[in-house]
Design a protein. Sequence first.
Length: 305
Amino acid sequence: MLKNRSIISISDLSDEDMNEVFSQADRMLENVNAGKKMNIMSSKILATLFYEPSTRTRLSFESSMQRLGGSVISMADSKTSSTIKGETLADTIRIVESYSDIIVIRHPLEGAALLASRFSSKPVINAGDGSGEHPTQTLIDLYTVRKELGSIDGKTVTIIGDLKYGRTVHSLLSGLSRFDVEVNLVSPENLAIPKHVYNDVLGKLDIHVSTSLDEFLGETDILYVTRIQKERFTDKNEYAKLIGSYKITSKEVQKLKPGSIIMHPLPRVDEISPEVDNTKAAKYFKQAYYGVPIRMALISMIAGD
Ligand code: CP
């Protein structure tokens, strides 16, 4: 179903596609947990083109391809590529598609992954385009909820942080809109969800918006925390005013509904206190771990034989 298809937005996947990714990820997870390397992509090459920093996304895509028996070529830093000489994204893609079978791209500009897919005859995966989307992170997020809480339907999800610039939130809201969930959106006023993102899910989700977290903690099943996206601010004074405006500590954890979980796409700066890491609710490192089986599933479904 996903064979040879680009994934630019979470809306590129049907419900059926998503369920297939999750069931393939279960199979991949068994292999990852057992420390077994598979050999189903041995003739294939994955290219990672990262025009923005990354730890989890790039390394988990590369780890996934290697665990599938495939090979990886990587541009981890655009400053060491011919981009610095003025080569356009379109020309870079025309070259990289001839060196690889599937391309993963992260770029600071919204729409860059879509543009890349238009210049590529090989499938392109959006690994984050500016403040736009991060669809594979959403697959990881939804998979984490399924694994840790059994199901997504019927849950209350409270999302706190930088809802304006946070691409993981934009994709997650779209992903959640396929389920029967209640969503609370909490942010400082200046970091509120963009109107177009809100309008896209309005009517599909039961949404409450607030600047205060406290009122939602007791009803929350999933507390999804995000950092303030410093790199998106043109005015660094504006960032300085907002940093530290919310923080999850053991005080907030105690107020959460029993059995609830805390997620974060990471990296974290100071929005979750380290004392939370050892609580039963903290699932953000497990969430990052699930990045490998999810990306193994995607790569094999898109570029496998
Ligand atoms: N979650 C995520 O995208 O992390 P990186 O920026 O480290 O890839």
